[in-house]
Design a protein around this ligand. Sequence first.
Ligand code: NIG
Ligand code: FE
Length: 385
Amino acid sequence: MSSVLLTGIGELVTNDPSLGDGGPLGVVTDAALVAEGGRVVWVGTAREAPPADAAQDVGGRAVIPGFVDSHSHLVFAGDRAAEFAARMSGQPYTAGGIRSTVAATRAATDEQLGATLTRLVAEMRRQGTTTVEVKSGYGLTVADEARSLALARRVTPETTYLGAHVVPPEYAEDAGAYVDLVTGPMLEACAPYARWVDAFCERGAFDVDQARAVLTAGMAAGLRPRLHANQLGHGPGIRLACELGAPAVDHCTYLDAADVEALASSGTVATLLPGVEFSTRQPYPDARALLDAGVTVALATDCNPGSSYTSSMPWCIATAVREMGMTPAEALWAATAGGARALERTDVGRLAPGARAHLAVLAAPSYLHLAYRPGVPLVAETWGD
Ligand code: NIG
Ligand code: FE
């Protein structure tokens, strides 16, 4: 096994508060890092760096942990650009749009779905993402959900069974029978390929009792729970996720005091998805209120063809800073360590000895540029698996 010394790092974000400046980002200036066998084995100042088999000098650039995008839907066919254009001229977003992607996904071959998935993961990687969670949810038959997850498993261990995305048209008159399918034969077929179980708890999708049934069945099958909640309006979804001890609840666009309290006392991570509010013309979630209440916040893209067709974590950071009351430091932490927390991962989202050597070299002297230079391709190099 050979070691590599990355040196000349103007600013190294470790997300380890015991390192560097002692803040949550653990920033070390004039830094170096040694990786061996895919793991970080040493970090510190460049002048104290130990020798290694090879060395790369990044010339004063900033290095950050690779982004952990803890929420995406990359197994689909087609796009919904026309639906986006209609929204930009005043049409509302509804959960029902999902069904058009379901029809296209069912009609696609494994090769077509796999090609889109590979393209989007590569697009993410070029923008600094080194860990991505991928959901099913556009198949909605036993076979189509299972193949979606089998495809997702090829690109990530963080796969989520989302058979409860919407009720498909063939069950329109009998949602109860569809929930029975999702909690029965579909779960059985999907569980071998999934780490997580999720449901879309929202008007037009699944109510709180249906969502509870799906998550508890998934948990009984050995999956970890997470939930889409409070995206389109106020409701009981966030509180359900907290009650079930879900590591994360995602969207959290419409919050009331009881939701914030439930999040703060449960430790459930609130995953905010600014691409959705951008693309559906909704108000952005109040990240400031969550942070001030002591809630752990993650940022993710929710990359999907309907509500948020961005793959860019840097864009999410810039938008969260400008529109959601987060500081640049809080937003970077949420997009790295926060995402790792949401996925119950301790090996990613940080750059300290023992962590995976997943990192992004920025074409900038500081992580501040991620928000300061929105829309600019600032990721010069990505190291992942
Ligand atoms: O996370 N909210 C539900 N599911 C996706 C939207 C999917 C779609 O519109 O196709 C989301 O926003
Ligand atoms: Fe989603």
